[in-house]
Each structure stands twice: as structure tokens, then as C-alpha cells.
Ligand binder design. Structure first.
Ligand SMILES: NC(=O)c1ccc[n+]([C@@H]2O[C@H](COP(=O)([O-])OP(=O)(O)OC[C@H]3O[C@@H](n4cnc5c(N)ncnc54)[C@H](OP(=O)(O)O)[C@@H]3O)[C@@H](O)[C@H]2O)c1
Length: 241
């Protein structure tokens, strides 16, 4: 089993939801964490929660950086190296969704979806790939079941997530030659604040954000000779609502 103590994880969109759940599980497992987000207050609140727990010598830092801006991502990567000396694990998680019939979808909504969910994933890798190659690291993207199953009102989101799934698999073939592991996790419904949802008791049937964190830890601990490169994950019971 791989030892995780002393590793450093860089998680985009770690202020809420799945990214936050991954940050919590990383800290519990002895991994220092850098989270990013666009909103200063969200970062402050998240750090308060993450660093308020008993983390046994490791801690989280927060960096205001928009995944749509490559220079900001490069600068964020530099800040992580300044703080922790290296980056071993990169989680390209930041994402959003606009859902509307294709004939009603605006150009601004299309661009924001592709720039954040797809180009943002490329920028995240581009800004950190030297570290991943140097440290034989692990790059994980958070795609979606929407990255393999299409649905009405999902044209922009489907396009972005099918893109992430394909991008990650191609990057995996390139980077495994250098000892870098690459996986994509494709969740179904997760109880988060995605699309302005407010998590509530009716979400009990859904995957919870820490469950995705546990999957990430399982991947990181796996024997390095084995690579689950594409992981579909769904609630075991569909909603009865
Ligand atoms: N929830 C689900 O059912 C589900 C299922 C499958 C896949 N996913 C995917 O999981 C990922 C995380 O979603 P979530 O459900 O955890 O949503 P969430 O609760 O809305 O969290 C999204 C996170 O991304 C950050 N973010 C958004 N745009 C950003 C940008 N341009 N630059 C940097 N950070 C940005 C947000 O922070 P700020 O707003 O402060 O910037 C927040 O931390 C997304 O890629 C989503 O597509 C979600």
C-alpha cells in the first residue's frame, strides 16, 4: 500500500462540495492540502472548517484562483510549492453546470461551461505537470456520469464532461510513460451545492461528498502497478422521490 504521509495535494474548487470532501479526507490521511476557488469568503470559511479539525501536523491553505485563467493557475501552483515545497497530487475538480434546451442555451453559458469544466482542467494540468512528472505524482479529474450518458437540457454540460473523460484518458496514455498516474472519477448524483442546490435531508440517497474523498484515498493508496483509469460511481439505490 502507498504511504500518503507528507504528500501534497492541490485541489481546484475545494471550498465546497466534492472538492471540500476530498480535502477533508486528504488531511485525515496525512496529506497537506491547497484548495482553490474564486470567492475569498468561501475560501476563508472552508479553511476555518478544514484547519479546525485535528489534522495531526498537516494543514490546508487556500488560494484565490480561477481555473479559466492560466496565469492564475500557474501562480497558484507556485504558491503551493512555496508553502509545501512540491505538488504530488492534483485534483481537477472545479466545475459548474447550466441546464437548458440547446435552442435556449446562451453563448455566455456555453463558453462559461467549456472554459471552466474543460479548458480549466487542461490549464490545471498544464500548470502542474512539471511537478507531477518530477514527483511521479497522481492527476485526478472529476468528470461525471454526464461524461458518458447524455440527457435533454445537458448539451453544454454533456459536451464539457464527455470532453473531460476523453481528455483524461488521452493524458493518462501520455503521462503513464513517465510514472504519472491519471484517473477520472465519474460520479452520479452527489449531495453538494452544485447548481445552487442546498443540501438537505432529502439528499440522503445520494453519494455524499466525503464518499468521493474516500475513493480518491483508495486510488492514492493503490499499488502503483495498477491503475483504475476511469471510475463510474453512482448511488447504490436510485431516488424514490
Ligand atoms: N454534485 C454532483 O451531483 C456532481 C456529479 C458529478 C460530477 N460533479 C462535478 O464535481 C465537480 C464539483 O462540483 P460540486 O458538486 O462539488 O459543486 P459545488 O458544490 O458547486 O462546488 C464547486 C466548487 O468549484 C469552485 N469553482 C467553480 N467555478 C470555479 C472556477 N472558475 N475557478 C475555481 N473554482 C471554481 C467553487 O468555488 P467558488 O464558487 O468559490 O469559485 C466550489 O468550490 C464539478 O466538476 C461537477 O461538474 C458533480
Amino acid at each position: 500500500m502507498q504511504k500518503l504521509n507528507g504528500k501534497v495535494a492541490f485541489i481546484t474548487g475545494g471550498t465546497k462540495g466534492i472538492g471540500f470532501g476530498i480535502a477533508q479526507e486528504c488531511l485525515k490521511n496525512g496529506i497537506n492540502v491547497a484548495i482553490t476557488g474564486r470567492d475569498h469568503e468561501n475560501i476563508r470559511t472552508a479553511l476555518h472548517l478544514l484547519n479546525g479539525e485535528e489534522n495531526d501536523g498537516v494543514y490546508a491553505i487556500g488560494i484565490e484562483a480561477d481555473v479559466r485563467n492560466f496565469e492564475a493557475m500557474k501562480e497558484a501552483g507556485n504558491q503551493v510549492i512555496e508553502e509545501f515545497g512540491k505538488i504530488d497530487i492534483v485534483i481537477a475538480n472545479a466545475g459548474l453546470g447550466y441546464f437548458a434546451p440547446v435552442q435556449e442555451l446562451s453563448i455566455a453559458q456555453w463558453n462559461d461551461t467549456i472554459d471552466t469544466n474543460l479548458t480549466g482542467v487542461f490549464f490545471t494540468l498544464k500548470a502542474t505537470v512539471d511537478q507531477l512528472m518530477k514527483n511521479q505524482g497522481y492527476f485526478i479529474t472529476i468528470s461525471s456520469l454526464a461524461g458518458t450518458n447524455f440527457f435533454a437540457n445537458g448539451s453544454a454540460y454533456n459536451a464539457s464532461k464527455f470532453g473531460v473523460t476523453g481528455f483524461t484518458q488521452a493524458a493518462m496514455l501520455d503521462l503513464r510513460q513517465y510514472g504519472v498516474k491519471v484517473s477520472t472519477i465519474m460520479p452520479g448524483s452527489v449531495a453538494t451545492q452544485f447548481n445552487n442546490h442546498v443540501p438537505n435531508e432529502k439528499d440522503a440517497w445520494k453519494i455524499q461528498q466525503e464518499d468521493i474523498g474516500e475513493i480518491v484515498i483508495d486510488l492514492l493508496k493503490m499499488n502503483p502497478r495498477t491503475l483504475p483509469s476511469k471510475i463510474e460511481v453512482r448511488p447504490s439505490m436510485p431516488s424514490s422521490n
